[in-house]
Design a protein around this ligand. Structure first.
Ligand code: PEP
Ligand code: MN
Length: 276
């Protein structure tokens, strides 16, 4: 691929490691969990405590929601960010939250440990440039119609502004299949790792939109070599104000985390077989 001056594989094969507190993204396997949207202090703090208990490393929650309909719940904005900050103080979990507007990048960055750029904004080049200037690590989701080359070029915009801390996140692409919300393209994980030194996560929640598929696709993502997962978890999924059908209960998330740990051990054993 041409012009991947900063995101392309480095000559010695050196990989990007992003430090967030004590976590080392790209070295440690990281699970980001939390609700689709911040809805209230009670909902978010209870979810945060539950995902921490189950072993999550970071907390997600949208304060600005990119919704298909302008009449759907758009997120709590600043109030949501303040609630995220409270949950961080109570649990110690770093915060991952989305920014959708170029004008908001610097002040949302004051609340976020990692800024998320969503699938619908992957090619919003002015937002990418601002994200590059923010000094915060950026979780860059794959656009639903984007090739690997287009995606990496978007990451290139961020790195070109002097911010080397980009995490790619596969979240499914549009295909003719309608049973699932999106078609989770797990082949992109080893592909991206061949072409680029950036860490890559998988979001099986938006990637499938089907509750029963989140666990098998999480395990498959580990097998494919993902550096982490981003999973939607809600303290009471049936009352969720967005993405109600794809948010795991804390109990289901706990079961998933135990199986992910087994899969990671299996992958470590397989890797050991490859070393001479
Ligand atoms: C999200 O993670 O909250 C989200 C909206 O995801 P995506 O941008 O992948 O649709
Ligand atoms: Mn969602």
């Amino acid at each position: 691929m041409k012009n991947l001056k900063l995101t392309g594989q480095k000559p010695g094969g050196e990989r990007t490691v992003i430090e967030v507190g004590k976590l080392r993204i790209g070295v440690d396997f990281i699970v980001i969990a939390g609700p689709c949207a911040v809805e209230s202090e009670d909902q978010l703090v209870r979810t945060a405590v539950a995902v921490k208990e189950a072993g999550a490393n970071m907390l997600r929650g949208g304060a600005f929601k990119p919704r298909t309909s302008p009449y759907a719940f758009q997120g709590l904005g600043l109030k949501g960010l303040k609630i995220l900050d409270k949950a961080r103080r109570e649990t110690g979990l770093p915060i991952v939250t989305e920014v959708i507007d170029t004008r908001d990048v610097s002040w949302v960055g004051e609340y976020a440990d990692i800024l998320q750029i969503g699938a619908r904004n992957m090619q919003n080049f002015s937002l990418l440039r601002e994200a590059g200037k923010s000094g915060r690590p950026i979780l860059l989701k794959r656009g639903m119609y984007s090739t690997l080359e287009e995606w990496l070029n978007c990451a290139e915009y961020i790195l070109a502004e002097g911010n080397p801390n980009v995490i790619l996140c596969e979240r499914g692409i549009r295909s003719f299949e309608t049973y699932t919300r999106n078609t989770l393209d797990l082949s992109i994980v080893p592909s991206a790792k061949t072409i680029s030194h950036l860490p890559i996560f998988v979001d099986p929640s938006h990637g499938t939109g089907v509750l029963s598929l989140i666990e098998p696709m999480s395990l498959a993502a580990v097998a494919a070599g993902a550096d982490g997962l981003e999973i939607e978890v809600h303290i009471d999924p049936s009352s969720a104000m967005s993405d109600k059908d794809q948010q795991l209960s804390p109990e289901a998330f706990g079961r998933l985390m135990r199986k992910v740990a087994v899969m990671r051990r299996t992958m470590a054993e397989l890797a050991a077989e490859d070393t001479p």
